[in-house]
Design a protein around this ligand. Structure first.
Ligand SMILES: [Ca+2]
Length: 322
């Protein structure tokens, strides 16, 4: 299988990475807390910080400021006005490969990435499969490449609002093994951290279809970000099993850099929001992950729009670009 890798044309503005919580561990990316290299990993000092909100805000409409969408890379479609030149409309992106290995900004697409997309193509990214499979024909009704909101470049993946109850709208990609890292820029029309159980992305032992294998969700409940595996819930730092108790949540209508580390063989899961570790679970059920899925998995709602940009999956920590 060949894996697709797109160039992430980061603007180097990185608004989300300015949005750090208290213990600001920085968005530099290499503070790998799992002993797979890298030092640091500080941050995350408990302190009960109740929300990983961003002090600095530009809560205004989403675009990443400055007019130059990433002139650091020289791949063809940097100019947003040129992106429409891919006339085909087929559900594969223009493969602007990031072959220029060195010089890639930290946090972009690492050479080892098994999936990396900035959602600058005209359809769903190559290498990603819409789930559930039986709704694949509606993939581009339930999701779209959205040029009105983006973290990098000129577009992102918009997961459209659906039912207010159960609603599974996800893209699935293979993982590089049962141990891997993900990095996603995420934005939601409601606060990330609602009272009832819904999920954003997950490591899965199956193909990504519902009811297949075991899943470890990065989800929400009790007004905070949590892990959920068959309703076994792991709270975020400082939280309790009730709303208003603390725990980490992320404000709506802003881009947030989320990272997660899954080690299926050890049963370890860590979640980071804007560089700060918010969940650290060790010794959970040992699972052989095959698939990573992201989008929206609603169980209780409310229905919402979610956007994803600069999503990467790799064997080592990817980090948030500056
Ligand atoms: Ca983009």
């Amino acid at each position: 299988m060949t894996f697709h890798r797109e160039t992430a044309r980061f603007t180097l503005v990185g608004i989300s990475c300015l949005a750090l919580a208290a213990a600001a561990a920085g968005c530099g990316g290499s503070s790998d807390p799992s002993d797979t290299g890298g030092a640091g990993g500080g941050g995350a000092g408990t302190g009960g910080a109740s929300s990983v909100s961003s002090g600095a805000g530009n809560p205004s409409s989403g675009s990443t400021s400055s007019g130059n969408p990433g002139s650091t890379t020289t791949t063809g479609s940097v100019d947003p006005s040129a992106t429409t030149s891919t006339a085909t409309g087929t559900p594969s992106t223009t493969s602007t490969t990031s072959s220029t290995g060195a010089g890639t900004p930290t946090g972009a697409c690492p050479p080892s990435a098994t999936f990396c997309s900035d959602f600058e193509g005209t359809g769903l990214p190559e290498g990603a499969t819409y789930r559930p499979a039986y709704q694949a024909a509606d993939a581009l009704k339930n999701m779209e490449i959205d040029a009105s909101t983006f973290h990098s470049g000129s577009s992102s993946l918009h997961v459209k609002p659906g039912a207010s109850g159960y609603d599974w709208r996800m893209l699935s990609v293979p993982t590089p093994g049962s141990k891997f890292w993900v990095r996603l820029y995420v934005r939601s029309s409601v606060d990330i951290g609602q009272s009832d159980h819904n999920a954003y992305f997950q490591a899965m032992t199956g193909s990504g279809d519902p009811n297949e294998g075991e899943n470890v969700e990065v989800a929400e409940q009790y007004c905070q970000i949590v892990l959920n595996m068959r309703d076994d819930v792991v709270l975020s730092e400082g939280g309790d099993f009730r709303c208003g108790s603390g725990g980490a949540n992320l404000p709506k209508d802003q881009w947030h850099c989320m990272e997660a580390y899954f080690d299926g063989a050890q049963g370890d899961v860590q979640v980071y929001a804007n560089g700060t570790k918010i969940i650290d679970k060790t010794g959970w059920k040992k699972l052989d992950f095959k698939t990573f899925s992201f989008g929206y998995l609603g169980f209780h709602g409310p229905a919402r729009s979610m956007w994803y940009d600069d999503v990467a999956v790799a064997p080592e920590r990817i980090g948030c670009p500056p």
